[in-house]
Design a protein around this ligand. Sequence first.
Ligand SMILES: [Zn+2]
Length: 315
Amino acid sequence: MKQNDFVNSHFDTKLETFGACEICGSDDWTIVYNGPVRDGEFGSLTESSTIARCGNCTADRLSEDDCKDEAFYVGADYRKSLGQEADAAAFLQKHESMQLERLEVLDPSLLRNKKIADIGCAAGSYLNYAKGFAREIIAIEPGTAYHASLQDRGFKTYGFTSDALEEHKGTVDWAINFETIEHIDNPRTFLTEIVDLLRPEGRIAISTPNRDDAMLELAGESYRQFFYRVHHRWYFDKNSLTECARLCGLELESYRFIQRYSISNAMVWIRDGRPGGNVNIPCVDHPILDAAWRRHFESNETSDWLYAIFKRAGS
Ligand SMILES: [Zn+2]
């Protein structure tokens, strides 16, 4: 058995439960973490879980018996497990500030007069901004609690990409896929269906947590138990996400690493072993220090967030 430093020998591994990789078909798995992982809010943990890396496509995956299936995301269970409201208004209020990051990374002028599809759009926080410049918007979201609100705002709404293909195959200019691919049963099927939505010159923008997040090293076991979670079946870095996309007929066009959390947040993790949210620690709370902190991890590709834009191979 191959394993790395994040394997806790106090817990049984589940490596024997890993089958063929959903992305590439390989069964060459190596353990990258073994131990409790987050099951909802901070403090709620599984007894023991295993994260293993595919030796071929290099994606990391959570042991299947700890994962949530698609039905979990259709009802209210997902939001409830995060201590969040499942209704659209509450979601929009909570996620408003995150849209500034998305608008900064993905220049809205690229979407002007385009047909866009947001896959995994939740209550449509980003789409509220996109509707100001897009020509047509498709909202794809398994959580049915958001559908009436999405339709009321004029978005053509579907539960899954496969539901949208009959009407929209080959017509979408931009597919947006923020913080979704890490939840999906089969990322290869998921991306292939999105590619089918695209026009030949279409683009896909994807964001996902960066599994090379430096805090996994800096903050140790408590952060690893928080970063790995039952809601995320998959954990990507730039290369493994690019390989998954390549297998779906895509090539990387551009990427950005974003450090979402501040130096104060990191200090709370290192000092107290818990999330500090947007807390400010006075002795490190300075905009120049925080900017340098963020820039360092973004340039090292060890920030907490990863964005990538893909186009069809050869287009
Ligand atoms: Zn694989």
